[in-house]
Design a protein. Structure first.
Length: 152
């Protein structure tokens, strides 16, 4: 997690950093460029960056790899593995759109957190579940955490 992700965690949720880290199998420091995920020899199906700041998106689009998030994304791209970006910004500037387009052109999947209303969400958690379903679907991970379109 970046320093701003940690700040947003505190601002936007009731979870502590320890709560989030307890949900993970492994955690790394943002500057640990020697972490396993910084190497192409570390096997992974891909990477999801959620939420992805426009700073992170720009860094990935231009190959900066200046922290572990950027390096792991760079490795994901070079190894031609699935990269899913969930951008955190609105409205989007032309610069943001160009950076996201650049990543989409090389195969990254961009899944903005846009709420769906066809499933008649009743709570914010319903909206979060639907977004989570989309991200899991991108990796082919079977789930039924949200209502799916059944046709009209």
């Amino acid at each position: 997690m970046s320093s701003w992700a940690k700040k947003n965690l505190a601002l936007e949720t009731d979870l502590s950093l320890a709560d989030v880290e307890a949900m993970a199998d492994v955690t790394y420091h943002i500057n640990d460029q020697g972490a396993q995920i910084a190497s192409g020899s570390f096997l992974a199906d891909g990477m999801v960056i959620v939420p992805a700041s426009m700073k992170t998106v720009a860094g990935i689009a231009y190959g900066l790899a200046d922290n572990l998030i950027g390096r792991a994304a760079d490795v994901t791209i070079k190894e031609q593995r699935k990269l899913v970006i969930v951008p955190r910004e609105s409205p989007l500037s032309v610069i943001h759109l160009e950076n996201l387009t650049k990543l989409a052109k090389i195969g990254a999947q961009i899944i903005p957190p846009i709420p769906a209303f066809y499933n008649h969400p009743q709570t914010i958690q319903d909206l979060i579940n639907h977004q989570s379903m989309k991200v899991l679907d991108a990796f082919g991970i079977a789930n039924q955490i949200s209502g799916r379109w059944q046709g009209d």
